[in-house]
Design a protein around this ligand. Structure first.
Ligand SMILES: Nc1nc2c(CCNCC3CCCC3)c3[nH]c(NCCc4ccccc4)nc3cc2c(=O)[nH]1
Length: 373
């Protein structure tokens, strides 16, 4: 363990990078998939299981936790790591994105966002400074700046306004965060689908000399090719030796293509949320286990998997559990999906280490295309 936050680039293969983030609470092997913990739990999972799937870090949800049980209360309870019994790194989002998507947004101005709690309707104001304070109270290891993410499509003027506001908020968050050697605050590149705005945002954040950079404002309704084009525009501007985190992404295909362009970290609710709705991710592509064709299929999802959820249960049983809306259905599929996401990242890391990422990329897509026989 190190007392400071360090990112070591171990190898590259084309645009893909193999690295390690070392922090006091542990090491994060990159490219990394970070499971989303919402209200202090990765839904339908025990955190020991989440760790066993290969996760080095999970996400905490600032927006939910500040509303319930409250940031000060979490601090009084010893902080999030103590409360949820996860002793490895935790990354928290700033809450701005969740305010836009979950709460009755009341106002957004230079000072911050004012919103009504979706829990009890109470009024809250979140400034850049308060967001960093909340993330500190939670004990977060990697904290995100408060930003404004614009849904696409949007007017270029609107995208520019939000990008410039987010840049000013990044500076305020950097000042509020101060100097915390074992922790990090990441800036978030905005700029929508406008290359020129993306470059200005990345340049502006680079001046702040942050420990890591997220690419935000994507996976908000744009086609995959637009998302990838924005990565090709943004990533060359960011410091090569700092980690890059693509927020809210994504499907296995999104991640493979984004690693090829230089992304190191991902988070997405997809594997857990879709697992609860009966969608299974496997080496051979997606399986909608609710489909009648699985009703008497005695095969497991993947007989070669190391994960009991993929190897020891028949599709027929999973089909039954999901159709009966039994909790165990969502639990087993979430377990399978998180394990598959981590296996994919493990395969990516090994391929980059061995200089065969292009082959891995092609083989993986071929397996998905074969479909689930
Ligand atoms: N601060 C900030 N956060 C963003 C997020 C939230 C990332 N997950 C945070 C976790 C922390 C707690 C909760 C989530 C995003 N998520 C997405 N897309 C999700 C797309 C999606 C939606 C539903 C299912 C699958 C994919 N785009 C995002 C852009 C931004 C952004 O610019 N700024």
């Amino acid at each position: 363990m190190t007392e400071t936050f360090q990112f070591n680039l171990k190898a590259t293969d084309g645009g893909a990078r193999l690295g390690e983030i070392t922090m006091p609470r542990g090491t994060i092997r990159t490219p990394a998939f970070m499971p989303v913990g919402t209200v202090g739990t990765v839904k339908a999972m025990y955190l020991d299981q989440v760790r066993d799937t290969g996760a080095d870090i999970i996400l905490g949800n600032t927006y939910h936790l500040m509303l319930r049980p409250g940031a000060e209360r979490v601090a009084r309870l010893g902080g999030l790591h103590e409360l949820i019994r996860w002793k490895h790194p935790i990354l928290t989002d700033s809450g701005g994105f969740q305010v836009m998507s979950l709460s009755g947004l009341r106002k957004l101005d230079e000072k911050g966002v004012t919103f009504k709690s979706h829990v009890d309707g109470s009024l809250h104001h979140m400034s850049p400074e308060r967001s960093i304070e909340i993330q500190g109270l939670l004990g977060s290891d990697i904290q995100m700046q408060l930003d404004e993410c614009v849904a696409l499509p949007a007017e270029p003027k609107e995208i520019e306004r939000a990008m410039e506001l987010s840049l000013r908020w990044a500076e305020r968050c950097r000042v509020a965060f101060g100097d915390q050697p074992g922790k990090a605050m990441f800036g978030i590149v905005q700029g929508g689908d406008q290359p020129e705005l993306r470059i200005r945002s990345a340049e502006g954040l680079k001046q702040l000399d942050l420990k890591g950079y997220a690419v935000g404002g994507l996976a908000v309704g744009e086609p995959q090719d637009v998302m990838l084009k924005m990565l090709e525009t943004t990533l060359p501007v960011l410091p090569f030796e700092k980690p890059r985190y693509l927020m809210g992404v994504g499907t296995p295909d999104d991640m493979l293509k984004s690693v090829a362009r230089g992304i190191d970290m991902f988070d997405c609710v997809m594997p857990t949320r879709s697992g609860r709705h009966g969608l299974a991710f496997t080496r051979r592509g997606k399986v909608n286990i609710r489909n009648a064709r699985h009703a008497e299929d005695m095969r497991p999802l993947d007989e070669e998997s190391s994960c009991p959820a993929a190897r020891d249960y028949s599709r027929a049983y999973l089909h039954h559990l999901v159709r009966a809306d039994e909790a165990l259905g969502g639990m087993l599929l979430s377990w399978n999906n998180l394990n598959y996401y981590q296996d994919l990242m493990k395969g990516i890391r090994q391929a980059i280490a061995e200089g065969r990422f292009a082959d891995f990329y092609a083989e993986t897509q071929e397996m998905w295309a074969k479909g689930d026989i």
